[in-house]
Design a binder for this molecule. Structure first.
Ligand code: NDP
Ligand code: MG
Length: 382
């Protein structure tokens, strides 16, 4: 594998920092060209000093001067609106999109238009604009490789297979911290509890999404677009140990699974090196211990977000973008302790029911519907 030049968008986050650990392990295989953060300029400055990228971007403009003072050797860009430029630089081979939320969409689109290899952690890009992005992909040389562990598992199960032979995708879910809670107990859930995931250590938004299981809903939409599979052929299953990251059943009844300890570095390095593999220094499974792998069906009544996401993609058009924007607002307000936990699916459901939008789907109208939904979701919270 020749040395790959990386743009790491969201380098100060959970995925971004783990990607930089991989670069530290393989300085002969990766070179960092771009690093970006939203407001954590101090960590970004440390990363710039260590990795010496050509460009660094800080989203929150009030920190630009601080960053410039610390990092005089690097070109500093100031403001999120420059992210797509950095995602399409000639000097970059791979764009790792580790931004969170709809904020990542424009960069994915720009990277596709610039024929980049994209390691996509930002699942929301495909949720809000899967149709737009897959159309753009057909016209470009770009490759979209998932970082999400379930989708990486699917891709690994599909190595050497024909996608036409897929009968079903079984997407596993840990069930999060409230898997065994009753519906009544869900009313009392606090932000601290929702941020305490049993198996994975991730950014705040995806951790709350995992607890409501909206994350699994978003991932079903992500799988639908990545593998061109109808939603009724994607079945979510609870697997509390998070060892099997997903399975594929083929038309002859045979199933393949991909296993490993819950460690995001494995799918991150796979996305960066796909279709090759590179050694990774991480903990391995211990097959000398007793291991129980268990499975249970999803309780759609207790976790309405999964149902809402599946309904939104069946409805198509703008519905998944409305689902996503309402969820982003609801999660933010829940973390700010402005709403209760069970209001998250209520706000999403109301937004889906009450926002009507008939314009044709494109990147510009997507921006408008995102804005409109955020305004609506905030108004019902008041
Ligand atoms: P984090 O919140 O930890 O990190 C997000 C990164 O993006 C940070 O660098 C942050 O900067 C930056 N950022 C946040 N908001 C904006 C914005 N509006 N504009 C520009 N930059 C922004 O998130 P994660 O790393 O957990 O997740 C990133 C993506 O990967 C998400 O889409 C998530 O669903 C997906 N993912 C994450 C997994 C995980 O294990 N964490 C697993 C599978 C998927 P700053 O630090 O300055 O705030
Ligand atoms: Mg996942």
């Amino acid at each position: 594998m020749k040395k790959q030049k990386l743009a790491i968008l969201g380098s100060t986050g959970s995925i971004g920092t783990q990607a930089l650990d991989i670069v530290r392990q393989h300085p002969d295989k990766f070179e960092v060209i771009v690093l970006t953060a939203n407001s954590n300029w101090k960590l970004l400055a440390e990363q710039v000093k260590e990795f010496n990228p050509k460009y660094a971007l800080i989203g929150n403009k009030s920190h630009a001067k601080d960053l410039e003072n610390e990092c005089s050797q690097t070109n500093i860009l100031n403001g999120k609106e420059h992210l797509p430029e950095l995602a399409s630089l000639n000097s970059v081979d791979i764009v790792l999109n580790a931004l969170v939320g709809y904020a990542g969409f424009d960069s994915t689109l720009a990277a596709i238009r610039a024929d980049k290899k994209i390691a996509l952690a930002n699942k929301e890009s495909l949720v809000v604009g899967g149709e737009i992005l897959t159309e753009e992909l057909k016209r470009s040389e770009a490759k979209l490789i998932p970082v999400d562990s379930e989708h990486s598992a699917m891709l690994q199960c599909l190595a050497g297979e024909s996608w036409d032979d897929i009968e079903k995708i079984i997407i596993t879910a840990s069930g999060g911290p409230f898997r065994a809670f009753t519906k009544e107990q869900m009313h009392q859930v606090t932000a601290e509890q929702a941020l305490d995931h049993p198996n994975w250590n991730m950014g705040a938004k995806i951790t709350v999404d995992s607890s409501t299981m909206m994350n699994k809903g978003l991932e079903i939409i992500e799988a639908h677009w990545l593998f061109d599979i109808p939603v009724h052929k994607i079945q979510p299953v609870i697997h509390p140990q998070s060892i099997i990251h997903s399975m594929i059943t083929f038309i002859d009844g045979s199933s393949k699974a991909q296993l490993g300890l819950p460690d995001m570095k494995v799918p991150i390095i796979y996305a960066l090196t796909y279709p090759e593999r590179l050694d990774l220094d991480t903990q391995r499974m211990n097959w000398n211990e007793i291991l129980n792998l268990t499975f249970e069906p999803v309780d759609f009544d207790k976790f309405p977000c999964v149902r809402l996401a599946m309904e939104s993609i069946e409805k198509g058009g703008y519905a998944p973008a409305i689902l996503n924007a309402a969820n982003e607002i609801a999660v933010q307000r829940f973390l700010n302790k402005e709403i209760g936990y069970i209001q998250i699916p209520e706000i999403v459901e109301k937004s889906l029911a009450n926002i009507d939008w008939n314009d044709s789907l494109n990147a510009e109208t997507l921006k408008e519907i995102d804005k409109e939904t955020r305004t609506y979701a905030k108004s019902i919270i008041k």
